[in-house]
Ligand binder design. Structure first.
Ligand SMILES: Cc1cc2nc3c(=O)[nH]c(=O)nc-3n(C[C@H](O)[C@H](O)[C@H](O)COP(=O)(O)O)c2cc1C
Length: 287
């Protein structure tokens, strides 16, 4: 099942959704056994930002009927911490590394691109555009014009393949994907979490999550993710990395049939860390 994405050769089409599998912690627990049967064909890091972030106050997770709502708030060591602590470890994984980054404006994204430019350990960059524009309050990736402006300012600052991770919280995801394509993206990934609210059963009208609103993921969003994958596949020529509630090979295959080049397993890895390997093996058997 070898796949080529942006010139990167992968053994099969299953990767992880950013922020849903901690490969460094998993290696601490499982040691060489993790590398011997590494479930993903490429590894996507959790989002890193220029400065360290503590993330949102707890509680950060709320289980729903078919998935979960998270308001983790992108805690991370920041660029310098990533380069010093995480990158050396992630670089020794047995698969290509995709580093996921986010900035709240072109200057921040440009600085992130510059810092990653000389790092041959990084095969590609995934740009998470689910970040609010400080002026408008809208996610940068929810508006084709905003995304075009951002990419126009930063695309030339990285020679690495650029995957733009689209937000589903937009009126027309196909328009945003087309803007990414026209502005130099090499691939798009979708979907990120859908904006959601968990009501606190003990405090009517109040939010359960410390961060207020959160993002729904898991099987509950699978049909939305499929619809957006179909819409984006019809709009762009770019390779698509699709995710959203994938929990077995059969629903992974639906995303491939909808036009995805790769699929990612996210929330299901929390319930069953063996899920991605099972999806990979199930797809191989079906070939
Ligand atoms: C706990 C949690 C943390 C996440 N962290 C990130 C992140 O750091 N960066 C990012 O781009 N997406 C992040 N995501 C979104 C996932 O990568 C994925 O796009 C989304 O959850 C949909 O896939 P799924 O339903 O299989 O989880 C996170 C999702 C969850 C549930």
């Amino acid at each position: 099942m070898p796949v080529d994405i942006c010139g990167i050769k992968l053994a099969h089409p299953v990767i992880n959704g950013s922020g849903t599998f901690d490969a460094i912690a998993a290696r601490r627990v499982f040691g060489d056994a993790l590398d011997a049967n590494f479930p993903f064909a490429a590894f996507v890091s959790k989002t890193i930002t220029l400065e360290p972030r503590l993330g949102n106050p707890p509680p950060r997770l709320f289980e729903t009927a078919a998935g979960l709502i998270n308001s983790i708030g992108l805690p991370n060591r920041g660029l310098a911490g990533y380069l010093e602590h995480d990158l050396p470890q992630l670089a020794t994984l047995p698969v290509p590394l995709i580093t996921n980054v986010m900035g709240s404006n072109a200057d921040e994204v440009g600085q992130l691109f510059d810092a990653l430019e000389g790092r041959d350990e990084i095969a590609a960059i995934e740009l998470n555009v689910s970040c609010p524009n400080v002026k408008t309050g809208l996610d940068i990736g929810s508006d084709p014009g905003e995304l075009t402006k951002l990419l126009a300012a930063v695309r030339s600052r990285s020679s690495k393949p650029l995957i733009v991770k689209l937000t589903p919280n937009t009126a027309n995801v196909a328009l945003v994907a087309s803007a990414a394509e026209a502005s130099g993206a090499d691939a798009v990934s979708l979907i990120n979490t859908l904006r959601a609210f968990a009501a606190d059963p003990a405090r009517p009208g109040k939010a359960w999550l410390g961060g207020g609103t959160g993002g729904q993921s898991g099987p509950a969003i699978r049909a939305v993710a499929l619809a957006q994958t179909v819409a984006v596949a019809a709009a762009v020529e770019l390779p698509i990395i699709a995710m959203g509630g994938i929990s077995n090979a059969a629903n992974g295959q639906q995303f491939l049939d909808a036009g995805a080049r790769l699929i990612a397993v996210g929330t299901e890895s929390f319930r069953d860390p063996g899920c991605a390997a099972a999806v990979r093996d199930g797809l191989a058997q079906a070939v």
